[in-house]
Ligand binder design. Structure first.
Ligand SMILES: Nc1ncnc2c1ncn2[C@@H]1O[C@H](COP(=O)(O)OP(=O)(O)O)[C@@H](O)[C@H]1O
Ligand SMILES: N[C@@H](CCC(=O)OP(=O)(O)O)C(=O)O
Length: 379
């Protein structure tokens, strides 16, 4: 029998079905010298190979500011936030184009997604982002995500896409988060300043000693290792394993996903399913109640199905799309909790109705299910 460490360690990577790959600025820009296009081509080839194996890959890519600086002919990275934003806006086009061209060599489509951290803490926008991303992934399109630098100031100032990568891993309940950077992994001291620093091969994401060795920002004034350790902690909440590794190692993505001991592995302390359910359940206060008929209770419990409106008897409370609601049986016993796709008024109109009637009743379809099974925890 496998031990917990094996379940949550390297072997979790070889079983992973969905992975978020984050490529950092330090690496993409070859330490601040504009986009490293041949290297990008290499990562795209590796991601295409994973796709061939049926693994879903979502890419979080930095590099907009650096690409914009080259296009604008700026030699020095500006410090004023509005100039960083301008450079990011110009550069994002180049970044998108670069990925699009390389993925096209493999006959693959990409989609540009610009998000802020706030988007993923606002319940409605969270659900919107989730359904858009899930649809893209199901269509085998590779989402290429970056921060929406035009509307944020903190993120662009700290240059932290590690947190965004972790939030996306939470959102999509990814099995793994790969943080590709310019170092072989997390060292016990910054290797740029300490030649005797040793790489940490493996640890628990929430080990406080890791935060201590990660220190502060990287050489380009970015998050450095501290945001990577924090990202691993966030990713662990939904059960994802994190690997911090050098993007310059040949075939790094595929080797890590095959379970090879490259980089630093930071594992969650709980098996993924338990972590995901706890994370979802701990997300929000319950805002309303859906009373289910016996058939709906049975399919939720026995099959882990999504909740359809047809199985809902009545709706209590006042809630909005994206809020957490509790599902109870007709005797009032709790059955499940989940994020609801319709607000209370709409849910009342839909209760007891088949899904194909949603458009006729409301005039639009937000989703075919009232609660998608991925957003549902049976209790
Ligand atoms: N303990 C450590 N181990 C490895 N790298 C460290 C450590 N502490 C600080 N660093 C620095 O973090 C940098 C990587 O972070 P960063 O520049 O933010 O990369 P990215 O842009 O890929 O996110 C490295 O170049 C290194 O100088
Ligand atoms: N979003 C910005 C900066 C993000 C950034 O540099 O983050 P990181 O790669 O974590 O150091 C960009 O694309 O240039």
């Amino acid at each position: 029998m496998e031990s917990n460490e094996q379940i949550l360690g390297r072997s979790a990577l070889s079983r992973a079905r969905r992975v978020v790959v984050k490529i950092g600025s330090a690496l993409l820009t070859n330490d601040g010298r504009g986009l490293d296009e041949p290297a990008i081509g290499g990562w795209v080839d590796q991601i295409a190979a994973l796709h061939q194996q049926g693994i879903e890959v979502v890419l979080v890519s930095s590099g907009a500011v650096a690409a914009g600086m080259v296009r604008l002919g700026w030699q020095v990275r500006p410090s004023a936030v509005h100039e960083l934003q301008a450079a990011a806006a110009v550069g994002q086009n180049g970044l998108t184009q670069c990925y699009e061209q390389h993925f096209a060599r493999h006959g693959m489509l990409t989609a540009q997604i610009l998000l802020t951290h706030d988007d993923l803490s606002n319940r409605k926008r969270y659900l919107n982002a989730l359904s858009a991303l899930r649809t893209l992934v199901e269509m085998r399109v590779v989402p290429v995500i970056n921060e929406n630098d035009t509307v944020v100031t903190d993120e662009i100032r700290f240059g932290d896409n590690d947190t965004l990568g972790a939030l996306v891993a939470n959102l999509l309940e990814a099995d793994a988060l790969l943080l590709l950077t310019d170092q072989e992994g997390l060292f016990d001291a910054d290797p740029r300043h300490n030649p005797n620093a040793q790489m940490i091969a493996e640890g628990r994401a929430d080990d406080p000693r890791l935060a201590a060795v990660a220190g502060s920002g990287g050489a380009l004034g970015r998050g450095g290792m501290s945001t990577k350790v924090r990202a691993a902690q966030l990713a662990a909440r939904s059960g994802a394993v994190t690997v911090i590794a050098s993007g310059r190692q040949p075939d790094v993505i595929n080797r890590i996903m095959a379970g090879e001991a490259l980089g630093t592995l930071l594992r969650p302390d709980q098996v993924p399913m338990a972590a995901r359910k706890r994370w979802l359940a701990g997300q929000l206060q319950v805002r309303g109640t859906l009373v289910l008929d016996a058939g709906a209770v049975k399919v939720l419990r026995d099959k882990g199905s999504s909740l359809l409106a047809v199985g809902v008897r009545s709706v209590q409370g006042s809630f909005k799309r994206g809020d957490m609601v509790v599902c109870v049986d007709e005797q009032g016993a709790s059955v499940a909790k989940g994020l609801v796709n319709y607000g209370a008024d709409e849910a009342r109109q839909l209760a007891g109705q088949p899904s194909h009637q949603i458009e006729a009743i409301l005039g639009y379809v937000e989703a075919h299910e009232l609660i998608h099974r991925d957003n549902l925890v049976v209790i």
